[in-house]
Design a protein around this ligand. Structure first.
Ligand code: SF4
Length: 335
């Protein structure tokens, strides 16, 4: 295990301090969402080329000594990775990990809630883009809405993983019909519902700016029915928070396209095959898996990480003439 002596904070070249790491534990998924995966999945990452749990724990431990205290486990679908509760247990043992969360599509979660909570998981984000079975099938190319809704019921009954955030990808021509239904969900259940603007990370490379239903547009649909008022945004948060003026429930709007929040970004990502990505839209990566398996010491790894983070992108360039969509799809980067 990494010695837990405190190291200096992890800074980028723009004066931002990194405090949050998103770790993709697999690129495999049991859905084929149109804004992410191709209909027919190409090739998955080879198992031997995937980070082992002890390697993930070593990286998180090292990062935590550099001030990175928030950890999010993502995929693909992280619950497709066998034994995930064991990884949660290992990460929970790290004193300097202050927040441990999971982003999941909810299809497999219901039967793991207690095991994950026992292992130390704190909270979950459940991705759900429609409350209608037929439309759910249309956007995910799979059936399963009833299982996700049953998972939300089980999360509410258990109350052990909180807050529960429901993330909805907002796409023009599809999501408008869902907005009020999701607002009602936020008003009637203990879930924070957040709309996320559609981003150019789709495998089909079909993303167009005009397909983005902006956060402001979604909010105006809600406000026509239920007035909202803003809640102060926490530093480095991705979501703009709004609560219903009558005090019943809260919504979030993650608007990377129309209202980027890069100026105080404190996030880095590690892919399932051990590549450090300093931005969701990075077009370059830094290999951590190779050096680790080649016997790199913690100090060696620290140097590699600091060097890469120092060159972290100032912001994404969506909409700029020079924007290049990353070669990795969302499923191989993680949310
Ligand atoms: S696009 Fe990149 S820089 Fe901007 S908030 Fe996301 S990860 Fe941070």
């Amino acid at each position: 295990m990494v010695d837990s002596e405190q190291r200096s904070p992890l800074l980028d070249g723009h004066g931002r301090t990194i405090g949050d790491v998103r770790i993709s534990v697999t690129d495999r998924c049991n859905l084929r969402c149109t804004y992410c995966m191709p209909e027919r999945q190409q090739v998955w990452l080879p198992r031997e080329g995937t980070l082992r749990f002890e390697e993930i724990t070593r990286l998180v431990s090292l990062l935590s000594t550099m001030g990175v205290h928030d950890v999010r486990l993502t995929g693909g679908e992280p619950l497709m990775r066998r034994g995930l509760p064991e990884l949660v247990r290992q990460l929970t043992m790290l004193d300097q990990v202050q927040d441990l969360s999971l982003t999941t599509n909810g299809l497999l979660l219901e039967r793991h809630i207690d095991e994950l909570a026992d292992a130390g998981l704190r909270r979950v984000n459940v991705s759900l883009d429609s409350l209608d079975p037929e439309r759910y099938r249309h956007v995910t190319r799979r059936h399963g809405l009833e299982r996700v809704l049953a998972c939300l019921d089980a999360l509410q009954r258990s109350g052990r993983l909180t807050p529960v955030k429901v993330n909805v990808v907002a796409m023009r021509g599809f999501t408008e019909q869902e907005v009020v239904g999701f607002a009602e969900l936020a008003r009637t259940r203990p879930f924070v519902v957040r709309f996320i603007e559609f981003m150019p990370l789709d495998a089909d490379r079909a993303w167009r700016d005009e397909d983005v239903l902006t956060g402001a547009e979604v909010r105006s649909i809600i406000e026509a029915v239920h007035p909202l008022e803003p809640v102060e945004r926490a530093a480095s948060a991705t979501a703009q928070r709004w609560r219903f003026r009558d005090g019943v429930g809260e919504m979030g709007f993650i608007n990377p396209v129309s209202e980027p929040f890069c100026s105080d970004c404190n996030r880095i990502r590690i892919t399932a095959d051990g590549q450090l990505r300093t931005c969701l839209f990075s077009i370059r990566e830094t290999d951590l898996l190779g050096p680790m398996r080649a016997g790199a010491t913690d100090n060696d790894l620290e140097r590699v990480i600091r060097d890469a983070v120092w060159r972290k992108e100032l912001k994404h360039r969506i909409g700029d003439a020079g924007f290049v969509q990353p070669s990795r799809t969302m499923s191989a980067i993680g949310g």
